[in-house]
Design a protein around this ligand. Structure first.
Ligand code: MN
Length: 287
């Protein structure tokens, strides 16, 4: 029998805005800080957008980490300063390794803007180790039809990154990471296995579960103990959508300021200088 993990902390999202997007931020916050190797988790929507309404984030830089966008509903159009562009629709994920630098914008797609509708998704920020922060930027897009999944009695696991029970995501991560979307029918019960040297968390997108004697509902995030091998999940009386995040801690100093996440203050200052001097992006990101 594998030993279940216990919950170290349960924390509630707080509402904020990003360029017209209604966001609930799961972390960083006072209780969770930066749960290494992750930096931030934003839950966008679900929000109604009228036809022709222009919510979105205009061109902005990133350096030193990765942004991961996963959509439940609606469609986001991504465009960068080298004219790489693409749409991220329901069930699609974009894994963007900003590394040495990307300047991009994030708006609902043209198709979505024509009709309006509901926008609902997640953006996760993943840290990079020191030796990869200034490496070449790169995009990986996995469309919903290519996402590996595991259908079990009462629940579905979509493997967005990493692997689970032999199903391997096509995404190449820079450090060992697992990112999973679980859809649970009422009363579903499972033990989710996590490698013993990983940090692990669970975020409830909608619905309500019990885990390690605690109740966790929509908009709450739980961080688990290092000790133990499984996250125990018991769904309650309604369908639930949740995310499991796991990863090997990078264990290096984090110095972050806005869209830059480096190891030292001097590197942050250099990012501002490079950006100001138009020397921010030196190479085209690989698609
Ligand atoms: Mn961005």
């Amino acid at each position: 029998m594998s030993k279940p993990k216990t919950i170290e902390i349960i924390s509630r999202t707080y509402p904020t805005m990003e360029g017209g997007f209604e966001i609930r931020r799961a972390f960083p916050n006072q209780g969770l800080g930066h749960p290494d190797p992750f930096l931030m988790l934003d839950h966008m929507g679900p929000m109604k957008v009228k036809a022709k309404e222009k919510a979105g984030v205009s061109p902005h830089p990133h350096r030193g980490f990765e942004t991961v966008t996963y959509m439940f509903e609606g469609e986001i159009h991504h465009k960068d300063s080298y004219d790489n562009e693409g749409d991220i629709g329901p069930g699609d994920m974009q894994w963007m390794t900003a590394a040495s630098g990307i300047i991009h914008s994030e708006f609902p797609s043209e198709k979505f803007q024509e009709t309006g509708g509901t926008l609902h998704g997640l953006q996760l920020w993943v840290n990079l180790p020191k030796d990869k922060k200034m490496s070449s930027p790169k995009y990986q897009q996995i469309n919903t039809k290519d996402m590996p999944n595991i259908q079990k009695d009462g629940y579905l696991i979509r493997v967005l990154a990493g692997s689970y029970e032999g199903q391997v995501s096509p995404v190449k991560t820079q450090t060992p990471i697992g990112y999973y979307h679980l859809t649970l029918e009422p009363q579903a019960k499972l033990s989710f296995k996590i490698p013993t040297d990983w940090m692990s968390m669970l975020y409830v997108v909608s619905g309500k579960i019990s885990s390690s004697g605690e109740s966790i509902e929509e908009g709450f995030v739980a961080k688990y103990s290092q000790e133990g091998e499984t996250i125990e999940i018991q769904n309650q009386d309604q369908p639930t959508e949740l995310m499991i995040l796991g990863g090997k801690p990078i264990d290096e100093p984090v110095f972050s300021y806005g869209p830059f996440v480096m190891n030292t203050e001097a590197e942050i200052r250099k990012a501002f200088v490079d950006f100001h001097n138009g020397e921010f992006t030196k190479e085209k990101a690989e698609l």
